[in-house]
Design a binder for this molecule. Structure first.
Ligand SMILES: [Mg+2]
Length: 354
């Protein structure tokens, strides 16, 4: 069953059948098999109806058409918040145990450091916490003394960084379909490259647009913190295109640049992200088909409070994200509730390069 056919079946309105089709299609995609519907006697009834009554073309024609997919990464493609929360919690817990400083006091000291560096996953956080420097024995660095905290953080990050279900299958389908998939993230290049490698997405994303790393403190040699040869940290198939630092979503200039680089008009481009305030607003500003990855939204999660407590965002941005008043945030045009593969229910993707 082809994904497009699955999507058409879902659009017929037979919810239970459509759901069954969805599950079956997902399973087939997972297995990598794409059986020919005509030869598949066990095809769900809804498909036979669709084909018999000639609905397939009608349903396809109701879909939007596009030939470029641009995606946010964190909490759209992979589980960023879950990984951040578990890894940062571990860092806090072990640092507090080793230092005797309460987590409340640590959080209070951490936020200005995050704000100074424009990121909430600053690699040299412990080095810049003044409270810790005095506790370290002579001849030992902060990083060495608090290595158990860094180790706990890295371990938690590794086991909790995962693709959302259906992402790999959807990106594989699009690549095989000739549709270019571009990623645009505000996150730091180092950790973004690490996540692409960790989730084996190198090559499934055609290009990554992000700022160069800017979180290395003066006097710290990045290579000194790396345990593998530098080429191990590079992407091999996904092209990394650097964009100017300091431009944050919903500023539309980078997304517009992506469209221009691919010679695709906004009306034929889809942008998917998990933030209404940033992703949806940005896509609407350039006129792309804006899509909310609702399955990745974490702002109502009780654990989100920890991120707010130490966020590099200004207070006004943190408050606006939580503001549910009418008119504060745009209404997304399309909403994906189950996963990225839902996009195939709404959009018929064509080849990016004719
Ligand atoms: Mg995101």
């Amino acid at each position: 069953m082809l994904a497009a056919q699955r999507a058409d079946a879902a659009a017929v309105g037979q919810d239970a059948s459509a759901r069954a089709v969805h599950v079956a299609a997902d399973e087939e995609l997972r297995r990598g098999s794409v059986p020919d519907l005509d030869e598949n006697e066990s095809a769900p009834a809804v498909h036979r109806d669709v084909l018999a009554f000639g609905y397939l073309d009608a349903m396809t024609s109701e879909k939007r058409r596009a030939r470029l997919l641009v995606v946010d990464l964190d909490d759209t493609i992979w589980t960023w918040f879950d990984a951040w929360h578990s890894s940062f919690s571990e860092l806090l817990r072990v640092t507090s145990e080793l230092s005797g400083i309460s987590t409340t006091e640590l959080k209070r000291a951490i936020r200005p450091i995050h704000q100074r560096h424009g990121t909430s996953e600053y690699s040299w956080l412990l080095d810049e916490l003044d409270q810790l420097g005095d506790l370290v024995p002579a001849g030992t660095t902060v990083a060495e003394y608090f290595d158990p905290a860094l180790h706990a953080q890295n371990h938690a990050r590794k086991v909790t960084t995962q693709l959302y279900p259906g992402v790999r299958e959807t990106l594989t389908y699009l690549r095989d379909n000739g549709t270019t998939v571009v990623a645009y993230t505000e996150s730091l290049a180092f950790w973004t490259r690490w996540r692409i490698q960790q989730t084996s997405l190198d090559g499934l994303i055609s290009e990554l647009y992000s700022s160069p790393d800017h979180d290395t403190p003066d006097g710290v040699d990045l290579e000194s913190r790396r345990t593998l040869p530098s080429e191990e940290y590079e992407l091999h198939s996904t092209e990394h295109r650097h964009v100017p630092a300091g431009i944050v979503k919903p500023n539309p200039s980078i997304l517009q640049q992506i469209l221009d680089d691919h010679a695709v008009p906004a009306s034929e481009a889809v942008y998917v992200g998990d933030s209404v305030m940033k992703d949806v607003a940005m896509a609407q500003r350039v006129g792309a088909i804006d899509v909310l990855a609702a399955y990745g939204v974490k702002t109502n999660d009780p654990r989100y409070r920890l991120l707010q407590d130490v966020s590099h965002w200004p207070d006004s941005t943190v408050a606006k994200e939580q503001d549910k008043s009418p008119g504060v945030h745009p209404t997304p045009t399309l909403v994906l509730s189950r996963g990225l593969s839902d996009i195939l229910d709404y959009v018929a993707f064509g080849r990016t390069v004719a």
